[in-house]
Design a protein around this ligand. Structure first.
Ligand SMILES: Nc1ncnc2c1ncn2[C@@H]1O[C@H](COP(=O)(O)OP(=O)(O)O)[C@@H](O)[C@H]1O
Ligand SMILES: O=P(O)(O)OC[C@H](O)CO
Length: 498
């Protein structure tokens, strides 16, 4: 049997495909960026057709680059930017409009209505989430309300909704399979993660007909086979998970209390909480972890909307650097941020603050401040936001009888930045551990698929493959770290002042 697995990693800024071997090593990687559309302030869209074409192209490239053919691929695992919403016509397979991306805030007025209707507790109890336009529910409703004919077509059962995984499964199987996995379903704000069913009270509150919805399956499962024409021979789709839950799996965080933080466009810290659905009292959400069988598994999550994206802003907005990789040298050209504090609330603030109206703020500027101080403060903001998540997790653990975190596993595009990782360890006061394979999102999807077809036997075998590349140990005095966090929180308060 073939021992290679192909992971399709459909991210916010690019589509990537990676071929892994049975040791979990990257054999080939292909990547394509695609266009971001910003039709109005606060709106972000993607063209679903471009998502599909870029994903397909990278999948073919990765197989060819590895010197393999489709026959050598044991299975495909899919992982994806979560919450992003696609609605398409079941007969023609055509999307009815652009995908509404997770960062898009247009659902806020509807969220305000849901809050006013007193649905907050229902949402939290059933879905584990807070009412926020980040999640798919209000994006679906917006499409049905604003796209010509969509409301009627939905009522007549002609339309299908899916997060990006469902859309890719649909395209890969030639429209034969309309499904999603439980970790993606848990991000829609319509799925009851306690009982594993779509929540009919929430569907009714949002007037979303259930004919729109995909079937929800475990993350490691036989979803179907790809159309023979796509790769020359059919390949089994055997794993599907939202990218953050896939990263948790790829980091081998299978035990309650193990956590990872992914530093991509945003930052996403997830802690496995085992089979217990725990609710946060400190601004985090509960979510379904990737699932291999019938047992329910959960995670506590903190989502930061602007992580590595602040570095993109330094590059594209401020034009302070030409490439993201240059930020470390610029930030290191000064000994510290010189009192500058940067809160990149460009699209509001996610966890633990949940404020859609906050906007970016730089405080503490003096005559001596330079672009290097701003770059350093920008990098530090990624660590501050993540530290606020960890503090929230620690507060939850303290009240729920859990143990505080003993180390944090990291991954994502910005985790290559040593300065950022060291500052993160300093703020957190625990080791920050970077694994040898930092493509953990794709690796998690590959593991889920490979487990299904026997490339890997069980989680123990996967856990044994995980290896640290570098441990960043905290060096800062705790009082100094606390002082910095207090200054950060003061700066955050200024982002919401009008
Ligand atoms: N050396 C670096 N230091 C800090 N941030 C970086 C560095 N290199 C890349 N990044 C940031 O990492 C992000 C890309 O990470 P990636 O995991 O590929 O994102 P995504 O999955 O969200 O598309 C970008 O926002 C980029 O600015
Ligand atoms: O595409 P990423 O890696 O920034 O991940 C996006 C998240 O899934 C959004 O919840």
């Amino acid at each position: 049997m073939s021992r290679h697995v192909l992971a399709l990693d459909q991210g916010t800024s690019s589509s990537r495909s990676i071929v892994f071997d049975e040791a979990g090593r990257v054999v080939a990687l292909a990547q394509r960026e695609f266009r971001q559309h910003y039709p109005q302030p606060g709106w972000v869209e993607h063209d679903p057709e471009e998502i599909w074409q870029s994903q397909l192209a990278t999948a073919r490239e990765a197989i060819a680059q590895a010197g393999l053919t489709a026959r050598d691929i044991a299975a495909i695992g899919i992982t994806n930017q979560r919450e992003t919403t696609v609605v398409w016509n079941r007969r023609t397979g055509q999307p009815v409009c652009n995908a509404i991306v997770w960062q898009d805030r247009r659902g806020e007025p509807l969220c305000a209505r849901l809050r006013a209707d007193g649905l907050e507790e229902t949402v939290r109890r059933s879905t584990g989430l807070v009412i926020d336009p980040y999640f798919s529910a209000t994006k679906i409703r917006w499409i049905l309300d604003h796209v010509n004919g969509a409301h009627l077509a939905a009522a007549q059962g002609e339309l299908a909704f899916g997060t990006v995984d469902s859309w890719l499964i649909w395209k890969l199987t030639g429209g034969r399979v309309h499904a999603t996995d439980v970790s993606n379903a848990s991000r829609t704000m319509l799925y009851d993660i306690r009982h594993d069913v779509w929540d009919h009270e929430l569907l009714a509150a949002l007037h979303v007909p259930d004919s729109l919805l995909p079937q929800v399956l475990p993350s490691s499962h036989a979803y179907g086979e790809t159309e023979p024409g796509l790769f020359g021979t059919p390949i089994a789709i055997a794993g599907v998970a939202g990218d953050q839950q896939a990263a948790l799996f790829g980091q081998a965080c299978f035990e309650p209390g193990l956590a990872k933080n992914t530093y991509g466009t945003g930052c996403f810290m997830l802690m496995h909480t085992g089979e217990r659905f725990e609710r946060s009292s400190n601004g985090l959400v509960s979510t379904a972890a990737a699932r291999c069988g019938a047992a329910r598994e959960y995670a506590m999550e903190g989502s930061v909307f602007i992580g590595g994206a602040v570095v993109q802003w330094l590059r594209d907005g401020l034009q302070a650097i030409r490439a993201s990789g240059e930020v470390q040298a610029l930030a290191e050209s000064v000994p510290d941020a010189g009192g500058v504090m940067f809160v990149p609330a460009f699209t509001g603030l996610g966890a633990p603050y949940w404020n859609a109206d906050a906007r970016g703020t730089i405080v503490g500027l003096t005559r001596g401040s330079t672009v290097a101080h701003i770059a350093r403060a920008a990098l530090e903001s990624i660590a501050f936001q993540s530290a606020a998540l960890l503090q929230a997790m620690a507060r939850d653990a303290a009240t729920q009888g859990g143990r505080p975190l003993s180390e944090l596993r990291v991954d994502g595009g910005a985790c290559v930045n040593d300065l950022l990782m060291q500052f993160q360890a300093d703020l957190l006061g625990i080791p920050v551990v970077r694994p040898q394979v930092t493509e953990t999102t794709a690796l998690g999807a590959a593991y889920l698929a490979g487990l299904g077809v026997g490339v890997w036997r069980d989680r123990a075998e996967i856990a044994a493959l995980w290896q640290a590349e570098r441990r960043f140990l905290p060096t800062l005095a705790r009082e100094r770290a606390d002082e910095l966090m207090a200054r950060w929180e003061r700066a955050v308060r200024q982002t919401v002042a009008e």
